[in-house]
Write a protein that binds this ligand. Structure first.
Ligand code: GLN
Length: 435
C-alpha cells in the first residue's frame, strides 16, 4: 500500500450483507469514525479519536462496506492540491509527479490507485470534483441538503457536502444511494423531490429509481448549456478535450448551446470571503481545551490558546482564519461579508436562468491540468483562481459531477455537469454517456 494516500490505515468491517458488501471504501479524514483517529490533515487533531461515527459512516457500515483507511487531505479541506496536509503530499497515481488535486486528494488517489473500490470526500468549493478530474476518476458533489453533514468536521458549513468517488459513474451513484437522504442529526437534510428532468427523452412520470439506475448512458434529446465564462482563460488542451467530449455527446443525440453566467466573474471572491468567514468561526473550537493538540503554558489560558493554535495550524489555515476574522469584524462586515452574500444570491439566480434553458450545464471541471508537485504552493491567489469553475456551484447549492473526458499531454481532464437542485439523476445519466 502506498502510504501517502492514507493518513491512517485501518480495517473497519461493516455488516454482513447490504449493497456494499465486498466493497472497500476510503474515507476522507475529516469524516468522523468512532475509535479511529480523524485528523483533518492537521497537527491540531493528530491524536484526536472521535467518540461517534458520522452518519455517512454508519450508513456505510449498515450497507456492509469495509473501510480501509482515512485518506489524506489539505488541512481542514483548505486547498486544491492536498499539499497543505500536515502529513505531507500525495502523489497522483494517474500522473506521477503531479498533485492529485484537493482537498480530497487522498480519496481520489485511493480509487485511482486501486487501494479502495470507492471513496468519500467532501466538497466545499470543488474538493471532490477537482481531485476526481486530476486523478481521472468520477466524483459527485451532491445538492446541499441531500447528504448528512453530521460528523463532518466543519470548514465552510453553508457550502459543503460529502460525496462519492468511483471508477465508474454507476459505482459513484451506488455509493450516493447509500449515503443520501434525510438525517435527524442534520436539520439541513431533506427528502429529495422527484426530478422531472431526469427522464428527458422518455418521461413516464413514474417514481424515481435509484441513483445507480440512472446510469443508463442514454443522452438522446439531452439539452446541454455551455457557460461561455467557464471556458475563458482555460488551458487550450483542456478546452480541446472538453469540446471533443461535447462532440461525442452530440453524436449520441444530445444538443448543446451556449449560455451565460455573468455573475461567475465574482464567484471566486465571494466564495473565499464566505468560506474564510465560516472557517474563522468553525475553527474557533480548537482552543487546546476541548479537542486535540494542547500547548502547555503553565495554566495561563490566553497563552495556552495562542500557542496551541500557533503550533497546531499550518500557514494556509492561519491565513484563512485571519482573513475570515477580518471580513466579519465590526466595520468591515458590510463591506465584505454582506457583499459576498449578495454575490451568492446573484450566482444562484444566474444558474436558475441558465438551467431554465437546458437540462444540464457543462464545462471543464478544472481550467488547468494537474500541477506538478510543489509548483503552486507559493502563490495562494493562483491556487484560489484554479477553483473558478467549481466554487459557483457551491455558492448556488447545486449538484455537480466530474467525469473523465480524456487527456491533454498525458494528463487527465475532467468534464463537469451541473444540474438543478436535487437533479442528481440527470447528471448521472449524462455523465454515464461519456464512459
Ligand atoms: N480549493 C477550495 C478551498 O481551498 C475548495 C476546498 C474544498 O472544497 N474543501 O477552499
Amino acid at each position: 500500500m502506498s502510504n501517502d494516500i492514507f493518513i491512517t490505515e485501518t480495517t473497519i468491517e461493516g455488516g454482513d450483507d447490504g449493497s456494499l458488501a465486498d466493497t472497500t471504501v476510503a474515507v476522507k479524514d475529516n469524516i468522523s469514525t468512532e475509535g479511529v483517529r480523524t485528523t483533518c490533515g492537521s497537527r491540531m487533531l493528530e491524536e484526536y479519536v472521535p467518540p461517534y461515527d458520522a452518519t455517512v459512516v454508519s450508513r456505510l457500515k449498515e450497507a456492509g462496506a469495509t473501510i480501509v483507511g482515512k485518506s489524506n487531505m489539505d488541512e481542514f479541506g483548505m486547498g486544491t492540491t492536498t499539499e497543505t496536509s500536515f502529513f505531507g503530499p500525495t502523489d497522483n497515481p494517474a500522473a506521477p509527479g503531479h498533485v492529485p488535486g484537493g482537498s480530497s486528494g487522498g480519496s481520489a488517489a485511493a480509487v485511482a490507485a486501486g487501494e479502495a473500490d470507492v471513496a468519500l470526500g467532501s466538497d466545499t468549493g470543488g474538493s471532490i470534483r477537482c481531485p476526481a478530474a486530476f486523478c481521472g476518476v468520477v466524483g459527485i458533489k451532491p445538492t446541499y441538503g441531500l447528504v448528512s453533514r453530521y460528523g463532518l468536521v466543519a470548514y465552510g458549513n453553508s457550502l459543503e457536502q460529502i460525496g462519492p468517488f468511483a471508477n465508474t459513474v454507476e459505482d459513484a451513484a451506488s455509493l450516493l444511494d447509500v449515503i443520501a437522504g434525510p438525517d435527524e442529526h442534520d436539520a439541513t437534510t431533506r427528502e429529495p423531490p422527484y426530478d422531472e428532468g431526469a427522464d428527458w427523452s422518455d418521461s413516464d412520470g413514474e417514481i424515481d429509481g435509484t441513483y445507480a439506475d440512472a446510469a443508463t448512458g442514454d443522452v438522446d434529446g439531452l439539452s446541454i448549456g455551455v457557460p461561455t465564462e467557464l471556458l475563458e482563460g482555460a488551458d487550450e488542451g483542456v478546452v480541446e478535450t472538453f469540446w471533443d467530449a461535447i462532440a461525442d455527446l452530440e453524436d449520441q443525440g444530445a444538443e448543446y448551446h451556449e449560455v451565460s453566467l455573468p455573475s461567475v466573474e465574482h464567484a471566486v471572491e465571494a466564495y473565499y470571503v464566505i468560506a474564510m468567514s465560516e472557517a474563522s468561526s468553525n475553527l474557533a473550537r480548537f482552543d487546546g481545551v476541548r479537542y486535540g493538540h494542547s500547548a502547555d503554558a503553565d495554566g495561563n489560558w490566553n497563552e495556552t490558546f495562542a500557542r496551541t493554535r500557533k503550533e497546531g495550524f499550518g500557514d494556509e489555515v492561519k491565513r484563512r482564519i485571519l482573513l475570515g476574522t477580518y471580513a466579519l469584524s465590526a466595520g468591515y462586515h458590510d463591506k465584505y461579508y454582506k457583499k459576498a452574500q449578495d454575490a451568492r444570491a446573484w450566482v444562484k439566480q444566474d444558474f436558475d436562468d441558465a438551467l431554465s434553458e437546458a437540462d444540464v450545464l457543462a464545462s471543464p471541471t478544472m481550467p488547468v491540468p494537474p500541477f506538478e508537485l510543489g509548483e503552486s504552493l507559493d502563490d495562494p491567489l493562483q491556487m484560489y483562481l484554479a477553483d473558478a469553475n467549481t466554487v459557483p456551484v457551491n455558492l448556488a447549492d447545486l449538484p455537480a459531477i466530474s467525469v473523465p473526458a480524456g487527456e491533454t499531454d498525458g494528463l487527465p481532464v475532467g468534464l463537469q455537469f451541473v444540474g438543478p437542485a436535487f437533479g442528481e439523476r440527470r447528471l448521472i445519466r449524462a455523465a454515464s454517456a461519456l464512459e
